[in-house]
Design a protein around this ligand. Structure first.
Ligand code: FES
Length: 103
């Protein structure tokens, strides 16, 4: 659910719609919004697994609850990472796979 009207904020500017891939599925969001916000708008609440499902916790980049793999890079905090057109986003298990094969 997105806030379209707000009693205090006089205008909420619509942003450019972009497409991104999540777990092999094409989804849409707004350019520059946090990746986690775009995922939530598309019904995705579980962002990763670490012995149990994890979702939003702090939402300000201070914990590790929302770490995901973005464009092949693990451990990206998607609550503060801006969405861009064509991004490829995947859930990760635990610490994720680092480039070069080390976990
Ligand atoms: S939810 Fe805490 S860093 Fe993203």
């Amino acid at each position: 659910m997105r806030i379209k009207k707000h009693p205090v904020l006089s205008s909420i500017v619509e942003k450019t719609e972009v497409e991104f891939i999540f777990e092999g599925k094409m989804l849409k969001g707004y350019e520059g919004e946090p990746i986690a916000a775009a995922l939530h708008e598309n019904g995705v609440r579980v962002l990763r697994h670490d012995h149990r499902p994890r979702g939003f916790f702090c939402a300000i980049g201070n914990c590790s609850s929302c770490l995901m793999e973005v464009n092949g890079e693990p451990n990206v905090r998607v609550c503060v990472e801006e969405l861009r057109d064509g991004m490829v986003i995947n859930m990760q298990e635990g610490k994720g796979k680092l480039k070069g094969g080390e976990e």
